[in-house]
Design a binder for this molecule. Structure first.
Ligand code: 13P
Length: 257
């Protein structure tokens, strides 16, 4: 059965000092129980976070990005071996901010995903449409195209390492959340596509997270949707109380394993 996951994407926020405090506060206030909880700090404190989580069952750390090559003259980049060495099990790939600001293409995202999986990392792969596409009503086709050009090119064996995050761009950092029905409809469509492109086991076993202005006040309604298996949380993951409240909402759904 698929895992229920609450992941925090800190983006370019926190310092090693404030990040340490944030993790400490969350660890003090909750136990993940049936939910997997993932922290996604910047690289400067990923190792520190990893160390803080030692011995805390159900908590994990994720990188926010990685390079597709093994090593070499790529100033400023981080390789999968570096993530492996510090024990960071998860990596976020394909976030809309990476696609938009750093011009990451589907081909590049596929290369990064394959490299991460080759090194036994779990990939939180993001997809989602911009506002204009949603308003035109072609959001299903748009997301399917993103997935067809990337993770649907993986082998079923590789695909086992993938967690999908549906993050409609118009809902990211805007305070405007997709309604629980809008999230469910897209997640259902994604799951149906996994069944068609991969197989039934992967369709039912793949966690599909929702991201975009998830907060304590809306988390439970979204998480209750049958095809929503947790959240990828930005802003609210930077406040221990909010992040803990979202984890508690996830626990209430009682669908985690
Ligand atoms: P917000 O929760 O701040 O809208 O960000 C969502 C997101 O982009 C997580 O990756």
């Amino acid at each position: 059965m698929r895992k229920f996951i609450v992941a925090g994407n800190w983006k370019m926020n926190t310092t090693p000092k404030s990040g340490k405090q944030l993790v400490k506060d969350v660890l003090k206030k909750t136990k993940p129980e049936n939910v997997k909880v993932i922290f996604g700090p910047p690289f400067t404190h990923l190792l520190q976070t990893q160390k803080q989580l030692k011995g805390h069952k159900g908590f994990f750390a994720a990188a926010q990005n990685m390079h597709q090559e093994d090593r070499g003259a790529y100033t400023g980049e981080i390789s999968v071996e570096m993530l492996e060495d510090i024990g960071a099990k998860f990596v976020i790939i394909g976030h809309s901010e990476r696609r938009l600001y750093f011009k990451e293409t589907n081909a590049l995202l596929l290369a990064k995903t394959k490299k991460a999986i080759l090194h036994n990392r779990k990939v939180i792969f993001c997809c989602g449409e911009p506002l204009a596409v949603r308003e035109k009503g072609t959001h299903f086709q748009y997301v399917m195209r993103q997935l067809s050009a990337t993770i649907f090119k993986l082998s079923p064996e590789e695909f086992k390492q993938v967690i999908i995050a549906y993050e409609p761009i118009w809902a990211i950092g805007t305070g405007r959340t997709a309604s629980p029905e809008q999230a469910q409809d897209m997640h259902f469509a994604i799951r149906a596509a996994i069944k068609k492109k991969m197989n039934e086991d992967l369709a039912s076993g793949t966690s599909i997270l929702y991201g975009g202005s998830v907060k304590p006040s809306n988390a439970l309604e979204i998480f209750k949707q049958p095809d929503v298996d947790g959240g990828l949380v930005g802003g609210a993951s930077l406040h221990a109380d909010d992040f803990v409240a979202i984890i508690e909402a996830a626990k209430k759904t009682d669908r985690g394993r």
